[in-house]
Design a protein around this ligand. Structure first.
Ligand code: DAH
Length: 357
């Protein structure tokens, strides 16, 4: 390069650079152009710097400023072009991906009912053709509805603060320990019309609370499904027929139930009901602990005191009631060994239950 040609050389290079930069259609080409014009070695700027060193003193300042200015103009132009090319490549990649029909389609997670809710819904549908409707009661209950109205004596251990959550400062208010207080509420509510309706039938699903430590088979909050029928001359055979129908509907025609005598203050006689293990059909397995049977509920014939408390004449009316553990049935149906899984809301578990699509 000849020193006397410098200004026109620079002008020519500036024009050339502009044209070449516009032609750069990818990042590699832009990098090559950068090397050619402003790189450390052999580039246009590097050569100009070499000339600058031997230039006459009076030209040095002006020429140095020109070269530096040119360099920074080129650097900015390169940066702009590079980001344009990056953006273009990103768009191309995205549209290439969008058309790759070998990729699995995006599957958004759909919301769905929780497995416990689905099970409760299923049970409600099983009982609906028998004339049962759904009643509800509050989770914060009175001691009266939770215990007194159910003939649970004042000194019963379940009433202690060791088993039951009481509201501080409201000793008469508690978190219901079972769904049975809905019996008290509903009997009172429907008592005036019981003659006209010929009886009462309802289900009451919901959350209940007990001071239990959280472990694979216990939780301080769980669900029960209460059921009650009031009519004339109701006996254990009605209870057995109803529960056998419900369990066969839920587990299939192989399902069978058995009664064991038990005690609950609000029924007489009282019993616990086992279902023949729906997983091994009674042969013995892990779920039924090799007994062939799994306990699912407490039940019995409504105690006359429960009727009297609600204003119903026990000489005319009789009935049965039952309360089943929803998690217990859910664990059996889904072969889930740990009840805590139902409350952790791990989406992988929920999806495996068929809840999420
Ligand atoms: N409430 C009882 C419990 O929590 C279950 C129960 C037993 C409900 C007998 C009933 C019944 O309706 O008749 O363990």
């Amino acid at each position: 390069m000849n020193l006397s040609l410098l200004p026109s050389e620079i002008e020519k290079a500036a024009t050339e650079f502009g044209l070449l930069l516009e032609k750069c259609s990818n990042l590699d080409a832009a990098m090559r152009l950068k090397g050619q014009y402003i790189g450390r070695e052999d580039s246009f700027v590097a050569q100009m710097m070499g000339l600058l060193r031997v230039a006459p003193k009076e030209q040095k300042r002006e020429l140095g400023a020109t070269i530096n200015e040119l360099k920074s103009i080129w650097e900015n132009a390169l940066r702009d072009r590079q980001s344009l090319l990056v953006e273009e490549r990103r768009r191309n990649d995205a549209s290439a991906l969008a058309w790759d029909n070998t990729l699995p389609p995006p599957m958004p997670l759909k919301g769905a009912l929780h497995p416990l809710t689905s099970l409760i819904d299923r049970l409600v549908e099983i009982f609906r053709p028998l004339g049962y409707h759904v009643e509800e009661g509050p989770e914060a209950e009175t001691e009266e509805n939770n215990f007194d109205g159910l003939n649970i004596p004042a000194d019963h251990p379940a009433r202690g603060a060791g088993d039951t959550f009481y509201f501080a400062g409201h000793q008469e208010l508690l978190l219901r320990t079972h769904t049975s207080p809905v019996q008290v509420r509903t009997l009172k509510k429907l008592a005036p019309n019981i003659g006209k309706k010929g009886g009462i039938r309802f289900l009451a699903p919901g959350r209940v609370y007990r001071k239990d430590e959280l472990d694979p088979t216990h939780s301080p909050m769980f669900h029960q499904l209460e059921g009650m029928l009031v009519g004339r001359d109701i006996g254990m055979h009605h209870l057995k027929g109803t529960l056998a129908y419900a369990m066969k509907s839920l587990f299939g025609s192989e399902a069978d139930i058995r009664f064991r005598p038990s005690y609950f203050p609000f029924v007489e006689p009282g019993c616990e009901v086992d279902v023949r293990c729906p997983l091994c059909f009674g042969k013995g397995c892990r779920v039924c602990k090799n007994s062939g049977w799994v306990e699912i509920l407490g039940a019995g014939l409504v105690h006359p005191k429960v009727f009297v408390y609600a204003g119903i004449d026990p000489d005319i009316w009789s009935g049965f009631a039952f309360g089943m553990g929803v998690e217990r049935i859910a664990m059996m149906v889904s072969q889930t060994p740990d009840l805590r899984l139902f409350f952790e809301n791990d989406q992988r578990f929920l999806a495996s239950m068929g809840g999420l699509g």
